[in-house]
Design a protein around this ligand. Structure first.
Ligand code: THU
Length: 138
């Protein structure tokens, strides 16, 4: 698949951050690199916990890092793992909050691309902010 230099750099950033994964239980490192529409890159990796459900995925770590720095408009996300696994359902929902047009590059740890897709394709018929636009307190 033909990738732009920007996409290759984003995948490389995801590979780099995956080396920081805290994964004593799964031994499954994941790295995510999220590029804003103005070009900044925010990364995240999975951080596990002895209380298993408290684990945070790489993708959500990247989103929360970007939002904490004041960014809410995103262009593309690279996510890397051993086998090029897809973002989990919870991460798809969190990504959808900020726009279903986001391009998602799913790769393995060598940088080989498995899928180039969008949040819209990963989470069709997403529930999102628009569903709550006309809701009011009763
Ligand atoms: N994981 C992610 O970081 N992202 C996903 O979308 C799927 C799963 C992590 C969570 C856990 O640390 C490990 O992969 C195995 O589930």
């Amino acid at each position: 698949m033909n990738l732009s230099e920007q996409e290759k750099a984003l995948i490389q950033a995801a590979i780099e951050v995956s080396k920081n994964a805290y994964i004593p239980y799964s031994h499954y490192p994941v790295g995510a690199a999220l590029q804003t529409s103005t070009g900044e890159v925010f990364t995240g990796t999975n951080t596990e916990n002895a209380a298993y459900p408290l684990t945070i995925c790489a993708e959500r770590a990247a989103v929360f890092s970007a939002v904490s720095a004041g960014h809410q408009n995103f262009a593309r996300l690279a996510v890397v793992s051993k086998d090029g696994g897809s973002p989990c359902g919870s991460c798809r929902q969190v990504l959808a909050e900020f726009g279903v047009e986001l391009v998602v590059l799913i790769c393995d740890l060598s940088g080989e691309i498995k899928h180039k897709t969008t949040v819209k394709d990963l989470l069709p018929f997403a529930f999102g902010p628009a569903n709550l636009e006309h809701s009011s307190k009763i």
